[in-house]
Design a protein around this ligand. Structure first.
Ligand code: GAL
Length: 956
């Protein structure tokens, strides 16, 4: 056989979507037509440019024995231990010159080769289709030496008719994949650039008379309780739904009583579409999505999205996800009360949408389109406003809609993300509205809402959202009539996001606000042998955006971060509040569709954080939006005079698809009595002996007044501490210059405070140490007085702080830090089990908790302040018991704040000999300023006069 030499690589820079592929159609699995997965190990050859090699490798008989191998699905840059190049991370900058449609001559090109035999029972009649579910960014395909075509549109399916080319054995499938193409200009999403065949490759038998494309229309009329089904099909056939006694011809409608599909009640009916040559299973969900009265309504009711943006991510495999990983995402979302996903910023693997149908999640399905890098040139030459690119845009829209149109979970089609505005987007919206008038269209980039059915924004601050809720935000007439969602908010980068509860309050207050989607689901950390997880810059990229790619509610290995735990509490479907003094609990069903019959309620009563009694609580099966007051039992009689509180939990009454019986869905806690504060009369007096002062169990340095030990426990003396290793949200985004406190704190020098000793006074009943704490080069300071008293056994430290000078910034933290030579187990009574800060504390539950020092750490990928526990009444560690007056924030770690601040990766942190303990009277809020608002004013830790105290005793 001969082959053509020097194939032109012109198609790489061609703005057209490609050539040779079949028209897009619905994605389905046949009941009876066989298919052959071509996933597995493929031969692989990497070249440096698009045209370095000819296409001889596509010919049968080519000897690729000397080639490397890669796994398909996969990205070659994540395989071969660096031999095949590396990932590149940029947020919006194109990692190549903006010179559309041209791409660099250096264009890593991977030739992929796979030889396969047909199974012996592969039917000899009919045709066959070769399907690629995702290839980044441009592929040219040959089968048995015949070129099939080439395509772009990385996260979209492409199929080729191949029946006439197949042989029983030795079929040679050759795929040439270019990292860069004209298509790359349309795929400038904030994520790693990862070339490769990263989704399945499948050969599908197509029987004669088999199903082609079909469109399930299943609506629900909430006024009658009836559903109407019609299945339009390219190939005529019959549709049966046994549970509904439906047996109709394709194209024919039938209306019957049904249970509707909602994300809360994802009722699916199994059906079959049968044509002459094939049967295809259907999973039908009846629901109707409309824009009515300025609201997004499903089945007649306005919905509130409690959503998240989900990129596809696996820390070793990149965007090549297997079914179990997808299911894990869905399970985690359901278990954390989420009800919606935006598939940012491309259609996901189709199996993910099946899971959304099955488990119940509202979906905004987003097209694979982003041209954000053009913002650098004021959007000049933006492909979405250039007619030459419109066919490519329409191709992308069609490939998404046609593939995914049969999923009841999808309520919105999204045109893409951050692509500016332009005629191409309008053309997409028009095509989509026409093709599928039964769903709504979303796009954030056009605040005038020219083409969309919802006013959508990202990272709007709370005060603006409040205005939008009241319809005081102006805008075009069309926009004023539309509902509002935040397609991105709550930037979950590092510690945070803060302020979620405040957003949720707004969403629940104003009808126009229909919720939002946290940015984002998962940190895109790449597993790395030395760094733990790599982020931008770790592969030597010349342009990169650092750890901006690590901004998820779950860590790269899908461990929930405190942000997810907080979000779960903020969006809980049942609100439980109580009046502890009168023993009354008020329960509100915050769901949109389901009553409370799936839940069981349980009360418990705690004394000093320990549960003394518990029992079932009868709560009526309230309808959505309804509330009821329920009487709690008589408080248990208990001789102890401690702090009393009630906890009420809502649990799953039975096993569900996504969690087992007794899974906690929601909870509320309320005090039944005040906390007795620790106090004692100061009976001991400080005694000076040579170089030391003793007071009760404590010994101090006589010259400096520094505490040295309490009983047998040696300590390095508590000192005022105001520094925390700035979080990503403290550091803020580069475009928010005047409120980036993480930076301003450092400029002021809060990370290098000096402590000037003013006096050490051993008085009659107290040892008083006066100091002034201030940074070099500045006149601001904090007058700090430590007053020590004792009753012989216990030691009380009262700290009083008076700011001096003109403090123009809030403080990061305010408290004392001290060191313990030995500490491991920690027990405390206060907020837990996880971390909390002033505006991330909704999920912090008051109780008795235990941990090791190591487990107290939250392993953010870029190390930063973490691990504080809120409302701590007392803590025991390292032989000490510390009680707070008032409650305090507690942190302990095996490294100093300075070491934490200096670290770039988790692996930079190595435990030292000392455990450093912070007891804080205050912490500054967290906010989400890494891309959004900073903490709200009520969470500022202002530099103001403060007094707080701790009582120390030994536990041994
Ligand atoms: C948005 C964008 C996301 C991501 C986020 C910041 O502007 O749509 O893709 O970049 O900001 O993490």
């Amino acid at each position: 056989m001969s082959y053509r030499t020097s194939p032109s690589a012109d198609y790489v820079e061609d703005v057209s979507p490609g050539r040779g592929a079949l028209p897009p159609r619905a994605w389905y699995a046949s009941s009876d037509a066989p298919s052959l997965s071509l996933n597995g190990s493929w031969r692989f050859r990497l070249s440096a440019t698009a045209d370095a090699e000819d296409d001889a490798f596509a010919e049968p008989g080519y000897d690729a024995g000397g080639w490397a191998e890669v796994a398909v699905p996969g990205h070659w840059v994540l395989q071969g231990d660096g031999a095949f190049g590396s990932p590149i991370y940029t947020n919006h900058l194109y990692p190549f010159p903006v010179d559309p449609p041209h791409v660099p001559t250096e264009n890593p090109t991977g030739d992929h080769l796979r030889v396969f035999d047909l199974p012996s029972d592969w039917p000899s009649d009919g045709g066959a289709v070769l399907r690629f579910d995702g290839v980044e960014s441009c592929a040219r395909v040959w089968l048995n030496g015949t070129e099939l075509g080439e395509f772009k549109g990385s996260r979209l399916p492409h199929e080729f008719a191949v029946g006439h080319l197949l042989k029983p054995g030795g079929n040679v499938l050759a795929v040439r994949v270019h990292q860069w193409s004209a298509g790359s200009y349309l795929e400038d999403q904030d994520q790693w650039w990862l070339p490769g065949i990263f989704r399945d490759v499948t050969l599908l038998h197509r029987p004669a008379g088999g199903v082609g494309d079909f469109f399930v229309h299943a609506s629900y009329d909430h006024t009658t309780g009836e559903g109407t089904l019609r299945v339009d099909s390219d190939v005529d056939g019959r549709v049966t739904v046994p549970a509904l006694d439906i047996d109709i011809a394709t194209g024919e409608s039938v209306t019957v009583a049904v249970e509707p599909w909602t994300a809360e009640t994802p009722k699916l009916y199994d059906g079959v579409l049968a044509t002459e040559g094939e049967r295809v299973p259907l999973r039908i969900g009846f629901r109707t999505v409309v824009l009515e009265d300025g609201l997004i309504k499903v089945n007649g009711r306005a919905v509130l999205f409690k959503g998240v943006n989900r990129h596809e991510w696996h820390h070793e495999k990149g965007r090549a996800l297997d079914l179990e990983t997808m299911r894990e995402d869905v399970l985690l979302m359901k278990r954390h009360n989420l009800n919606a996903v935006r598939t940012s910023h491309y259609p996901p693997h189709p199996a993910f949408l099946d899971l959304c149908d099955e488990y119940g999640l509202w979906v905004i399905d987003e097209c694979d389109l982003e041209t954000h890098g053009f913002t650098e040139q004021d959007w000049r030459d933006n492909p979405v406003d250039d007619d030459r690119w419109t066919p490519a845009l329409l191709d992308r829209a069609a490939r998404m809609v046609e593939r995914d149109k049969n999923h009841p979970s999808i309520v919105f089609w999204s045109l893409g993300n951050e692509a500016g505005t332009g005629r191409g987007l309008t053309a997409m919206a028009e095509w989509i509205h026409d093709r599928d008038p039964e769903r709504l269209v979303h796009y954030e980039g056009d605040w005038n809402c020219r083409d969309t059915d919802v006013y959508s924004r990202m990272y709007a601050f709370h005060d603006e959202v409040d205005k939008i809720g009241q319809r005081l935000d102006g805008g075009t007439r069309k926009r004023r009539e539309l509902p509002f969602i935040q397609c991105e908010y709550g930037h979950a980068m590092g510690n945070g996001p803060g302020g979620l509860a405040d957003y949720q309050e707004l969403f629940e207050k104003y009808e126009r606000l229909q919720g939002g989607f946290i940015w984002e689901w998962i940190d895109h950390g790449v597993k790395h042998p030395e760094l733990g997880y790599a982020y931008g810059g770790d592969f030597g990229e010349e342009l990169h955006d650092g750890n901006f790619v690590c901004d998820g509610l779950v860590f790269p290995d899908r461990t929930p971060s405190p942000g997810l735990v907080e979000y779960k509490k903020v969006i809980e479907p049942v609100h439980i509040e109580g009046d502890g003094a009168n023993g009354i609990v008020r329960v509100t069903n915050k769901q949109d569709f389901a009553d409370l019959s799936a839940l069981a309620f349980e009360w418990s009563c705690q004394v000093d954080g320990e549960t003394v009694e518990s029992g079932a609580l009868a709560v009526p099966a309230l309808a959505p939006g309804e509330s009821a007051e329920v009487k709690l039992p008589e408080p248990p009689v208990d001789g102890r005079g401690g702090e009393r509180q009630w906890t009420v939990r809502a649990l799953l009454a039975d096993d569900t698809l996504w969690a087992a019986k007794d899974h906690v869905v929601a909870w509320g806690q309320f005090a039944a009595g005040a906390r007795p504060l620790p106090s004692f009369p100061a009976t001991d007096r400080p005694v000076r002996e040579a170089d030391r002062i003793t007071l009760g169990p404590a010994e101090f340095d006589a010259r400096t007044g520094a505490l040295r030990s309490i009983g047998d426990v040696e300590v390095s003396a508590p000192r005022l501490d105001v520094w925390r290793a700035p979080t990503d949200n403290d550091a803020g985004a580069e475009w928010q210059t005047d409120t980036r406190y993480g930076m301003l704190w450092r400029t002021l020098g809060l990370h290098r405070m000096r402590h000037r000793l003013v006096s050490v006074e051993a008085g009659d009943d107290a040892l008083t140490v006066r100091t002034r704490v201030a940074p070099a080069a500045r006149e601001v300071g904090l007058d700090t007085v430590y007053r020590w008293t004792s009753d012989g056994e216990r030691l009380r430290l009262s700290v009083s702080v008076t700011p001096e000078g003109d403090w123009t910034v809030p403080l990061p933290r305010l408290g004392v830090r001290f060191g313990l030579a030995q500490a491991d187990r920690v027990e405390w009574f206060g907020g837990g089990p996880g971390e909390a800060y002033p505006d991330t504390r909704t999920a912090s539950m008051i109780g008795r908790w235990q941990s090791s020092v190591d487990e107290l750490q939250t392993p953010y990928l870029r190390p930063q302040e973490n691990g504080a526990r809120a409302d701590v009444r007392w803590v025991e560690l390292g032989g000490l018991r510390i009680e707070g007056d008032p409650e305090f924030w507690f942190t302990a770690r095996r490294w100093t704040t300075e070491q934490l601040d200096a670290a770039r990766h988790r692996t930079d942190l190595t435990p030292g000999d000392t455990v450093w303990v912070n007891l804080d009277h205050g912490q500054h809020g967290i906010g989400s300023q890494s891309c959004g608002p900073g903490p709200l004013p009520q969470y500022f830790l202002k530099a103001e006069p403060a007094e707080f105290a701790f009582v120390f005793s030994t536990t041994t």
